[in-house]
Design a protein around this ligand. Structure first.
Ligand SMILES: [Zn+2]
Length: 284
């Protein structure tokens, strides 16, 4: 991805420089955390559900430590976030959706407090509608490259764009409409709805890639393939196959590899959010 001359976002909140003091010595990163991370990713756990489960009473306090120094990696995240701000700002204006409120992106290590409860890196990157923040532990990018064989800067940009897309859904009211329906649905139906939410976020990520390239010529050869490989690597069927050796379609919450690739492509080719209506699509 070509971002050399791009601006950096002011909305990155870097909490990595802080030391966490936790009761009972929780919060250490170890093999267990990494295994948990994979389990959470494999099963496409809805972060809200996990957050509510593990949240409980707040037992952590955060103390200020050394301020985090920007690195090539944090600059990249910041530039991608800025690019999403420019794209969605313009799309909201074009569509007459009012002004786009930029989300914050929180970088953290291990665990951090969120409006949705305690966020853990074990859940993978996630968006909390309660505080309009994207939460990202950069170690996820290493996991993608090593364990999911999905390296590359644009694979990472796609992940950020997907989380920002959840913020766009929140702003458009999709999140609030879906939540109560999910709650009164059977598990299978609730998972089906979750798949539609996730595929729409993939489609929105594609819309972002289209506008970013059209406006700023940011894409390089192979970038879209990196995003498609990432979308494929984190499809429910692929992850379940890898973790349990078989696939249980009713338990899918994010969509299959083919579906994720299809909806990202649909958004990318059209550049139009109107093509991302996964809720009325007869087939996904
Ligand atoms: Zn998602």
């Amino acid at each position: 991805m070509r971002l050399d001359n791009s601006r950096e976002s002011r909305n990155v909140e870097d909490r990595r420089g802080r030391r966490r003091m936790s009761v009972g010595g929780r919060g250490k990163i170890g093999i267990g955390t990494i295994v948990l991370a994979l389990v959470a990713i494999y099963f496409g756990v809805d972060p809200n559900v996990v957050l509510q489960t593990v949240g409980g009473p707040e037992t952590e306090s955060t103390t200020a430590g050394e301020p985090a120094v920007p690195t090539a990696e944090t600059r990249f995240v910041s530039k991608v976030l800025a690019d999403t701000e420019d794209v969605w700002g313009a799309v909201f204006q074009q569509k007459g959706w009012g002004s786009y409120q930029q989300p914050k992106l929180v970088l953290f290590n291990g665990a951090t407090a969120t409006a949705c409860g305690t966020g853990q890196s074990a859940m993978g990157p996630f968006y909390c509608p309660g505080d309009s923040k994207v939460y990202l532990d950069l170690s996820f990018f290493q996991q993608m490259a090593q364990e999911l064989q999905s390296p590359g800067d644009f694979a990472q940009a796609y992940v950020i764009a997907h989380e920002v897309a959840h913020h766009v859904q929140h702003m458009l009211g999709v999140t609030d409409q879906v939540a109560p329906v999910r709650q009164r649905s059977t598990t299978a139906a609730a998972n089906q709805l979750s798949v539609r939410v996730e595929l729409q976020a993939d489609c929105f990520a594609g819309v972002w890639a289209n506008h970013s390239d059209t406006q700023r010529n940011t894409l390089e050869a192979g970038d879209i393939q990196e995003a498609l490989d990432a979308a494929s690597a984190i499809g429910d069927d692929r992850l379940q196959q890898k973790s349990q050796g078989h696939v249980v379609p009713d338990s899918f919450t994010h969509g299959t590899s083919a579906q994720r690739m299809r909806w990202f492509t649909r958004g990318f080719k059209s550049g139009d959010t109107a093509q991302c209506d996964t809720f009325s699509a007869a087939s996904l």
